[in-house]
Write a protein of this length. Structure first.
Length: 255
């Protein structure tokens, strides 16, 4: 599977730091006297030495560690190193926000409803031309004949259009499609199958004419906002409201 978002540890970030410490290609940095959050059952390492060579974490050693000749030393006393975080649902808008993600330890984002500009921005960040996280993005969202977001959406009225739209997004460089609420079951099925045939992920809302169980049956990769789940897990009428349905959800049906 192309996306292994849960496994992304793209870079180390100083959580409490006024300035970003960025390494040039080939530069070796050594963080000393720093706490490390391992994100494992082992917990935190209270005092560690971490060596980073370019964009690779070479070693994490408890206590004092060896310092390569010419390495850039960073005193991490009172600070914490941790794996980069991944924000799994964003709508990336302004380029300058990239540095804000990094400053808050977010090194990868999943952008739902993208554009060619997002692909360009991701490539620039990977080259080091701009500061920003890695951007895993779908193409522009695909909706039915009366799209909620107007011209920001791709309007689909036939299964053939859905297949063509998926093919176009794949050839542009997207690795996921975003399916929206106005798609008919027939068009939805065509879009999902076209994406699977092209090794693309499917990120989706639950279409108005379908249930969450039907959408799950297609084997989609994610259902955004838990749409349809509260309805499926509760006997409260649909018009009772979102929060009321969740408050009355049957937990056994959620498992």
């Amino acid at each position: 599977m192309y996306y292994r978002l849960a496994a992304i540890i793209a870079a180390l970030s100083l959580v409490v730091c006024a300035n970003l410490a960025l390494a040039d290609d080939g530069e070796v940095m050594v963080f000393q006297n720093v706490q490390v959050l391992t994100m494992t059952e082992a917990g935190a390492i209270a005092n560690a030495t971490v060596t980073v060579d370019g964009d690779r974490i070479v070693s994490v050693v408890e206590g004092a560690g060896d310092v390569p000749d010419g390495a850039r030393l960073i005193d991490g006393a009172g600070k914490t190193l941790m794996p980069g975080l991944a924000d799994m649902h964003i709508h990336y808008s302004l380029e300058h926000r990239g540095v804000l993600y990094l400053a808050n330890s977010v090194t990868a984002v999943r952008n739902l409803s993208g554009s060619a500009q997002r692909l360009i921005l991701d490539a620039a960040a990977k080259r080091g031309d701009v500061l920003g996280p890695h951007i895993y993005t779908s193409g522009p969202l695909m909706d039915g004949p009366d799209p909620i977001w107007g011209e920001r959406s791709i309007k689909l009225t036939t299964p053939e259009q859905a297949i063509g739209a998926v093919e176009s997004q794949r050839s542009t460089g997207y690795r996921a499609v975003k399916l929206y609420e106005g798609l008919t079951p027939e068009i939805y099925a065509a879009a999902v199958q076209a994406a699977k045939d092209r090794d693309m992920q499917v990120w989706t809302h639950v279409p108005d004419g379908m249930s969450v169980e039907e959408v799950i049956g297609f084997g989609v990769d994610s259902i955004e906002h838990f749409e349809g789940v509260s309805t499926a897990a509760s006997d409260v009428p649909e018009d009772a409201g979102y929060m009321t349905r969740w408050a009355n959800a049957d937990h056994e049906r959620l498992q």
